[in-house]
Write a protein that binds this ligand. Sequence first.
Ligand SMILES: Nc1ncnc2c1ncn2[C@@H]1O[C@H](COP(=O)(O)OP(=O)(O)OP(=O)(O)O)[C@@H](O)[C@H]1O
Ligand SMILES: O=c1ccn([C@@H]2O[C@H](COP(=O)(O)O)[C@@H](O)[C@H]2O)c(=O)[nH]1
Length: 303
Amino acid sequence: MACQIPKFFLRRVCQPSSPFQKLSSQAPRSLRASIRNSPARRNYATGESGPKPKPGQSPFKIWPFVAITLVGSGAYMLMVKNRTDMASTDKQIAAPKKDVPTFSPDDVTVIFVLGGPGAGKGTQCANLVRDYKFTHLSAGDLLRAEQERPDSEFGTLIKDYIKDGLIVPMEVTVQLLENAMMEVVQKDKDRKGKFLIDGFPRKMDQALKFEETVCPAKFVLFFDCPEKEMQRRLLERGKTSGRTDDNAESIKKRFKVFVETSMPVVDYFESQDRVVKVVATKTPDGVYKETRGKLEDRLGKNL
Ligand SMILES: Nc1ncnc2c1ncn2[C@@H]1O[C@H](COP(=O)(O)OP(=O)(O)OP(=O)(O)O)[C@@H](O)[C@H]1O
Ligand SMILES: O=c1ccn([C@@H]2O[C@H](COP(=O)(O)O)[C@@H](O)[C@H]2O)c(=O)[nH]1
């Protein structure tokens, strides 16, 4: 079970190092030496200097220490109480945890579509929409649309994350996906219930959150393509796409995030036998043939 540590405590305790730790370990030797050898330090460390006590008088005056300790403890307890109250207020503000996902997997089919940047996810999703009446929801497209929405409070944040190929905090993306699914389910009776969620989940927290609160997925459709080919495709696409992340520098960052953050998600689903893998190096038609065949095998008449 996860350890329940109050957030304020974590924030304080998990700082990598205090300024003082940094100072003592990273400061130049001369500065460190001058701290070690200061007169104040010598005084407490050796007891060599200072006035001598009278006979029968304790060398230490104890009351100032007792007073400082009592005042200090009182202040600390007050601070802890204050922070605890703040933490419980946070909990009241946070959205209530849902007990069940919004959509049941009995009514709604969700297939996550993953693969590196430029592997051909969008291209193959378009084919599947045409032939099997899936609804295609690209997490990247939804984020780009939200970024452009005039009243969005997340516009700038999304813009910065996308440019650097980073994963936008999951709450934003999961909510955008849930809203889009709800809209389709409520409006379009024909298409209700069959979703290709493209380019998502790219990070474990997204995967867990989505399956817990929105809908458990059937499996991941994974397009496997080497970086060299993906880079070639993206640079070609970059000539006309207008995307701020289809350039050599952003592509490099996106590949790194894909390997370090998104591949563990594929491994997680693989460990549950929930990955359908397609080789994505052939022509678009060749890739589609394999995709179709494997989906028919897996879904049968539900495709
Ligand atoms: N099998 C393929 N062979 C060659 N080019 C392809 C193939 N599939 C897609 N492409 C081209 O590569 C580019 C990237 O394809 P696509 O947009 O489908 O990839 P993606 O995985 O959705 O990318 P991203 O994750 O960046 O959104 C496009 O210009 C597309 O036309
Ligand atoms: O779940 C997601 C999906 C995407 N992003 C960000 O969007 C860009 C572009 O995604 P594409 O799928 O290539 O259109 C991606 O690099 C991320 O920065 C995200 O944050 N979370």
